[in-house]
Ligand binder design. Structure first.
Ligand code: NAI
Length: 786
């Protein structure tokens, strides 16, 4: 027995395990196995699989492997419940969510223990972090339901949401997905991860107890096949997924062309930047919270420490000392810092990756861990940037440490990743810290902190970390259509183009041969071919037949113009005002051009005048489409910055050739993006006439690049291109599907829409929606007060 003297000598904690009796009783009551929760009731258990406690390997329960028919029944129930749920006044939906939040609060201890048993995470975390965040999330979104009609006028829910979540924060991810969906008036079918389905099933019981109407929330358990049946179900209108980038890519391809709304929260390899003037002790605690939180099974874990050379040896030493004090073991023990790894499969994956790193020559420093499904806290030094440990998401308690020389090197190293989820910056110099926040490619940046979350702060990634935001206003917007969608009417495919050699043309009623516009200069197409553009009275001109090579050149030119995004909104506005004035000065010419395509005088005049006003409108917005300071619970100003996406591909509709182009390209460049645009395939000359207007308006070369030709071919090239961040495609159904499928490569954002159905002269051709689509929120947590 340990004597008091021993305890005083070692200062070790005595054992203080959390009592799990109520959870074990509950599991005992469900010994026969769990069915799904569909239409307000549990189904009889079907073909099932065992769910285990990773810390002991003991079987906790049996849950049903959801079949296609089960998914179908759940979607049918959700669809039947949706109109009634959406028709409730926001206040009534809010009351339901408040009730749900209160019931969760009442069962918080039970849920925390169940979460720990099922996932292996330390009870301290499930009790003090996961559950409070779950409750906060549901309350916060009850509030959104209350004020929805005021805050999002005219917006409508998508309908039925199919949601698939991972095993690292089982209940928290459920809350993140379900609360905003229900607040907006959607109904939900959710599939929890196969390793950790139990808190979702418990929550279904709680939702029933709280009086949530039947069919509003449905839970179907099962593995990836069940997930795929859900995300591919034709009755699902919106898919929200959190998990691996690999599966995110599959879902992007699966849903391509289906018209389903999609948000993806995927993997990360987030940098943790420590500058020489940082409070090193605080930064060490930051690492603990960053990579040793939840055994490193956190998508936004700071898994790459980048530390200033001057302090690297000292920081490494401090970190190793701190690592030695971490306790890995029984997750139910209140003093445990690292619990069990979720599953032996995941443990094997971590081991294999670390072994591979070791074989490549990395030095591996480790703390202690017991036998079983545990992995010790691990620090790896001497890793090359190309090493698997520097590039792959390990999803375990393993962090690399790499020194850097200058802040510029730090930015380069930080951004040397295909991911862009989060970053943590440690410096006592506010100028430096905020400069880093601006330069790092990440959806979330914490300054002198790590892994802070709040329902009031948008969370989500850039690049291959996915797209869409959860939490705050941006998260709510992802569960709404605004304005309400009209039936999709994609264009009929335009006639195929016939190549005409640029030289030796037969004499036609042609006034001139247009060129491409790349990097601020007119350029001949690589193919050397053009195509005839016909109007009311036959051929009216020739437009270049752009090729893949021309697109590649245009993307390169757009990248070279990156200074545009760094300009102030005011400066961009000045250029756009100038553009509007120059366009106005040549209005008559543009009207003539449109009339030559067979448009009536009235329609040509309206189109040109609307285009001019639209340029003014986006010029006005360039310095007014502000971000926000989000209200979070901790002492931070949590900024939501509207950042440009980067280089965008824009494929314009065939109708209203001038206005379609202006309506899409102007919001993009007003927000600081650079664009490669393909104008109306049938009437591109309305846009090629704009080159001189752009030249005389001080628009820097490369901000707008124009490649004419076969839209769907060029669209595919843009969607395939890894250096393009987003593609907007307004055209045919087949083209939209091809764009969405190809965009899975680097997980670029896409917007495909009913170009033909939209009247670009009306209100639906202009607005904040276009600005939202042209930006992504970067959330920056800055210490403030306290
Ligand atoms: P996963 O991405 O396969 O699983 C996440 C969820 O997706 C689970 O509910 C799963 O059943 C479901 N799913 C799997 N295939 C599906 C499909 N084709 N269609 C629809 N749903 C599907 O992640 P997994 O296999 O559990 O973990 C593998 C690796 O993924 C981890 O080692 C880690 O690197 C990464 N990961 C990243 C997460 C993140 O939040 N960034 C979360 C979980 C895993």
């Amino acid at each position: 027995m340990t004597s008091i003297t021993d305890i005083l000598h070692t200062m070790d904690y005595g054992p203080a395990p959390e009592d799990s009796a109520i959870v074990r009783d509950w599991l005992h009551r469900h010994e026969a196995g769990f069915g799904h929760f569909i239409d307000g009731a549990f189904t009889a258990p079907g073909e099932s699989f065992a769910v285990t406690d990773p810390a002991t390997g003991a079987v906790l329960a049996h849950v049903t492997q959801g079949s296609v028919a089960d998914v179908d029944a759940a979607v049918t129930a959700a669809r039947a419940a949706q109109p009634g749920w959406a028709a409730l006044p926001g206040h009534d939906r809010a009351r339901h969510l408040y009730a749900l939040a209160r019931h969760i609060q009442q069962h918080a201890r039970f849920l925390a223990v169940l979460e720990t048993l099922d996932s292996g995470k330390p009870i301290r975390e499930s009790r003090d972090i996961d559950l409070p965040l779950v409750v906060r999330h549901v309350y916060h979104h009850a509030g959104w339901a209350e004020i929805l009609a005021d805050e999002f006028p005219g917006a409508t829910p998508h309908g039925v949401c199919g949601q698939v979540i991972p095993w690292n924060f089982p209940l928290l991810m459920l809350a993140w997905k379900v609360a905003p969906a229900l607040a907006a008036g959607n109904t939900v079918v959710l599939k929890p991860a196969e390793y950790t389905p139990l808190t979702a099933l418990a929550l279904a019981e709680i939702a029933r107890e709280a009086g949530l109407p039947k069919g509003v929330l449905n839970i179907v358990t099962g593995d990836g096949a069940t997930g795929a049946a859900l995300t591919g179900h034709p009755g699902v209108d919106k898919v929200a997924f959190t998990g691996s980038t690999e599966v995110g890519r599959l879902i992007r391809r699966q849903t391509a062309g289906s018209g389903k709304a999609l948000t993806l929260e995927l993997g990360g390899k987030s940098p943790f930047l420590v500058f020489a003037d940082a409070d090193l002790d605080a930064a060490v605690e930051g690492v603990v919270d960053s990579i040793w939180f939840n055994q490193g099974q956190v998508c936004c874990a700071g898994s790459r420490i980048l530390v200033a050379e001057a302090v690297a040896p000292r920081f490494t030493e401090l970190l190793r000392r701190r690592m030695a004090t971490l306790i890995t073991g029984n997750p139910l023990e209140k003093s445990t810092d690292l619990g069990a790894i979720v599953h032996p499969v995941q443990l094997e994956r971590i081991r294999a990756l670390v072994d591979q790193g070791r074989a490549e020559g990395a030095q591996v420093h480790q703390g202690e861990a017991p036998e079983g499904c545990f992995y010790p806290p691990t620090l790896v030094t001497g890793v090359a940037p190309a090493s698997v440990l520097s590039t792959e998401e390990i999803f375990g308690p393993v962090v690399t440490l790499t020194p850097f020389r200058t802040p510029e090197d730090a930015v380069t190293l930080a951004n040397n990743s295909r991911y862009g989820l989060a970053a943590s910056v440690w410096s006592e110099n506010v100028n430096l810290a905020l400069d880093m926040a601006a330069k790092v490619k990440a959806g979330v940046v914490w300054i002198n902190a790590a892994n802070l979350f709040d329902a009031g702060a948008a969370f989500g990634g850039m690049r291959e970390s996915g797209f869409g935001r959860e939490g705050a206003r941006a998260g709510m917007a992802a569960y709404l259509s605004h304005p309400a969608p009209k039936p999709k009417q994609p264009e009929a495919p335009p006639a195929p183009l016939e190549a005409t050699p640029a030289q030796g043309l037969p004499v036609m009623a042609i006034d001139r041969t247009a060129k491409l516009y790349v990097g601020g200069k007119q350029a001949r197409p690589d193919s050397g071919y053009s195509y005839a553009v016909t109007g009311a009275q036959g051929a009216v001109g020739l437009a270049p037949l752009g090729s893949r090579k021309d697109i590649r050149n245009a993307v390169e030119a757009a990248h070279a113009a990156k200074g545009w995004g760094a300009q102030t909104g005011h400066n961009r506005a000045q250029v756009l005002y100038y553009l509007a004035e120059n366009l106005a000065a040549r209005a008559a010419e543009f009207e003539d051009r449109l009339r030559s395509f067979g448009q009536s005088g009235d329609s040509a005049r309206t189109e040109v005048q609307t285009a001019i006003r639209r340029v003014f409108w986006y010029a006005a917005q360039a310095d007014k489409f502000d971000g926000a300071v989000q209200s979070t619970k901790s002492a931070h100003v949590t900024l939501a910055m509207n950042e440009p996406l980067g280089v965008m591909g824009i494929l314009c509709p065939t109708a209203q050739p001038l206005l379609g182009f202006v309506s899409l390209v102007l919001p993009a460049i007003a927000m600081g993006n650079r664009v490669v645009a393909v104008p109306s395939q049938t009437h591109p000359l309305a846009v090629t006439d704009l080159y001189q207007v752009m030249d005389t308006s001080d628009l820097p070369g490369g901000v707008v690049n124009i490649v004419t030709g076969e839209r769907d071919l060029l669209a595919k090239t843009l969607a395939d291109h890894d250096d393009v961040a987003a593609v907007w495609y307004f055209g045919t159904a087949a083209g939209a599907r091809a764009v969405e499928t190809a965009s899975a490569g680097n997980l670029k954002q896409t917007w495909t829409d009913d170009g033909a159905a939209r009247d670009w002269t009306g209100a639906e051709g202009q607005g904040r929606l276009f600005l939202q689509r042209a930006t992504q929120v970067k959330t920056v947590w800055v210490p403030y007060g306290e």
